[in-house]
Design a protein around this ligand. Structure first.
Ligand code: FAD
Ligand code: DLZ
Ligand code: SF4
Length: 541
């Protein structure tokens, strides 16, 4: 047991304590496991465990983020008088797993009960479900009230629907929260501005010399520096740059990051949501996903602040609605979808994709300028923005037919905000169509044209985006048709994409042959990723 700092004013205890394990993504004072408890009832357990740090080989900055945020949170709880039993990674006797550490702590404190907020991930929830049988005391598992939609809300929404279209779920969340709702004058509540979704206004390509206001970076304090040193030695072979590290690791820092976003970037968040500019990694994005996902910020609180900016006339509706939709729409939706579709979602491979992930996803060594830039920002910052994840990296994986497990592992390992519940639906559903279209109504496949329209990547690329086939053609062009041709039987009946095959048929055999040969030549040239990047032991086939 590591004491990071002496506890202040510990209340003497008359009865055996309730043990409250708080996991690394539950760092909120409002976590449901603490509801109704006082420092005299409970001992809080926080655990740095090898299993969590290595189930995939997380980006170094992600491990620094979690461990540093956990250590800061433990200090804050202690300062409020809570007893915190903090097990550090290198503490003697650390068993390396949540189950092992909870069992040791139950014995150490002679706990009367274990009380925990449900895990956000399937893998961990399965382990927690066994605690009741393995521990000598009762175990209570409480709902995670940080999410706006309950599991029952999502089940009710999903009942009897073939396609779980996000848009309808989002409208329910707008009604449930009252965000951006107004009385339509006849006593009925409707959406502000009479439209639920202003996405059509949010597709501006980048403008010439676009410079967005800087995102605050937080100087590592002594606690963070200690963790940086630990990660530098213990996780040296993990992907990604360790420093500079500037992610918020406390609630105060996360609130500062949110203040900076609302003051300077929210206004243009909407229009430039889908834009990509070489070397400019944040643009007008909030960069708040890490803080949201580990509990430093509350989703509803952020959306209410965004709405207030609109009501005060400081941000336009398309930006505010767009931001709120990402959070109470997409974020809540993918969480509900995850629990509704697990465990099958992790295994789904509707399109039968089997190609290994290319090595350049880890090294960034590719002449494709768009992909090289997205891998660079991923390596440097443990972050890439949504459209880079979806339309460059994801689109490539989709149309090159990369096997879903390899893609899932990559996304889970490389992003500081990656947790299975949010990564998996995005990868399997939104990007790869591996779930057979439950989440997305069509695959988001695109040729180089889309990337050229929404970015400044193509101008200086070795490949020519206007060239369709042959040496020097943008690889996205032949790969697009190769993908369509290979998946025709599954996609032709899809009303949103099926018509594309008429264009393909009109090309004639000679042109089609050129596309298919160019794509095949490119695919044959790809070097598969070496084993050991994502997992210490690669699963055998
Ligand atoms: P902003 O653009 O400022 O958006 C605001 C917030 O909306 C985000 O912080 C996030 O909480 C939420 N959000 C936006 N889009 C989504 C979405 N599709 N799903 C869930 N929440 C969303 N997000 C993660 O938090 N963790 C992941 O592991 C993750 N994996 C992804 C994998 C793929 C293939 C794709 C296409 C998207 C993924 N996303 C993931 C969603 C999104 O890319 C990130 O949330 C976003 O880039 C984070 O940066 P930001 O905070 O600046 O987001
Ligand atoms: C991501 C992560 C890492 C790297 N390490 C830890 C850890 O040592 N201890 C911990 O409590 N949580 C960690 N996490 C976050 C967990 O993986 C996350 O809380 C659970 O998986 C949620 O189900
Ligand atoms: Fe990417 Fe093709 Fe544009 Fe090059 S030409 S940056 S490969 S889309």
């Amino acid at each position: 047991m590591t004491k990071l700092k002496a506890s202040r004013s510990i209340t003497p205890r008359m009865t055996n304590p309730i043990l409250v394990p708080i996991l690394g993504d539950q760092l909120s004072r409002n976590i449901s496991s603490l509801d109704g408890l006082t420092p005299s009832d409970a001992t809080i357990l926080m655990m740095e465990v090898w299993d969590e740090a290595t189930y995939v080989k997380h980006h170094k900055q992600k491990i620094v983020l979690i461990f540093s945020a956990m250590r800061h949170f433990a200090e804050e709880l202690r300062a409020d008088g809570w007893q915190v039993d903090y097990v550090a990674l290198d503490d003697p006797g650390n068993t390396g797993s949540f189950t092992g550490e909870v069992a040791r702590a139950v014995a150490r404190h002679d706990a009367s009960e274990v009380r925990i907020t449900e895990a956000s991930e399937w893998r961990v929830s399965q382990a927690i479900a066994e605690w009741e049988d393995r521990l000598p005391c009762p175990v209570s598992i409480l709902p995670d009230t940080r999410f706006i939609a309950t599991h029952a809300d999502f089940r009710a929404f999903a009942e009897d629907r073939k396609h779980l279209t996000m848009e309808y779920f989002y409208r329910e969340m707008r009604r449930k929260t009252g965000l951006l709702m107004r009385d339509d004058g006849q006593g009925k509540m409707g959406p502000e501005g009479d439209q639920w979704n202003l996405d059509a206004e949010n597709r501006e390509p980048p403008k010439g010399d676009m410079k967005s206001p800087p995102v605050p970076k937080f100087e590592p304090d002594a606690i963070t520096q200690e963790v940086i040193a630990l990660v530098g030695t213990r996780f040296a072979d993990h992907f990604g740059d360790l420093e500079p590290f500037g992610w918020p690791v406390t609630r105060d820092e996360a609130l500062d990051a949110a203040d900076a976003f609302f003051a300077r970037r929210l206004e243009k968040f909407g229009p430039y949501q889908d834009a990509m500019v070489h070397g400019q990694d944040d643009l007008y994005h909030s960069m708040l996903s890490t803080s949201l996902n580990i509990g430093l910020l509350d989703p509803l609180e952020l959306c209410q602040r965004a709405e207030a900016e609109y009501r005060k006339g400081r941000a336009p509706l398309n930006s505010v609605e767009g931001f709120i939709r990402q959070i109470i729409g997409w974020r809540e939706y993918v969480r509900g979808f995850y629990w509704h579709q697990m465990p099958g979602l992790a295994e789904a491979n509707e399109l039968g994709a089997h190609r290994p992930l290319p090595e350049f996803f880890w090294t960034g060594k590719t002449d494709m300028r768009c992909l090289a830039d997205c891998v660079r920002t991923t390596r440097e910052d443990a972050h890439a923005h949504h459209i880079q994840r979806l339309m460059v990296l994801g689109n490539f994986c989709l149309i090159a037919g990369i096997e879903p497990k390899a893609v899932q592992d990559w996304y889970l390992a490389v992003y500081a905000d990656a947790f299975d519940w949010v990564e998996l639906p995005n990868v399997s559903g939104m990007v790869l169509y591996a779930d057979g279209g439950r989440l997305a109504t069509k695959p988001y496949a695109a040729s180089g044209n889309y990337i050229n329209k929404m970015s400044d990547y193509c101008g200086k690329c070795r490949y020519k985006v206007s060239q369709k086939t042959g040496d020097g053609a943008c690889p996205f062009n032949p790969l697009y048709w190769h993908f369509m041709d290979a998946n025709r039987a599954r996609l032709e009946s899809n009303h949103r994409i099926g018509r594309i095959f008429a264009t393909w048929d009109r090309m004639g055999e000679a042109k089609q042959g050129e596309y298919l040969q160019s794509a095949q030549k490119f695919l044959d040239s790809l070097e598969p990723a070496r084993k050991g990047w994502a997992r210490a032991e690669e699963p055998t086939e």
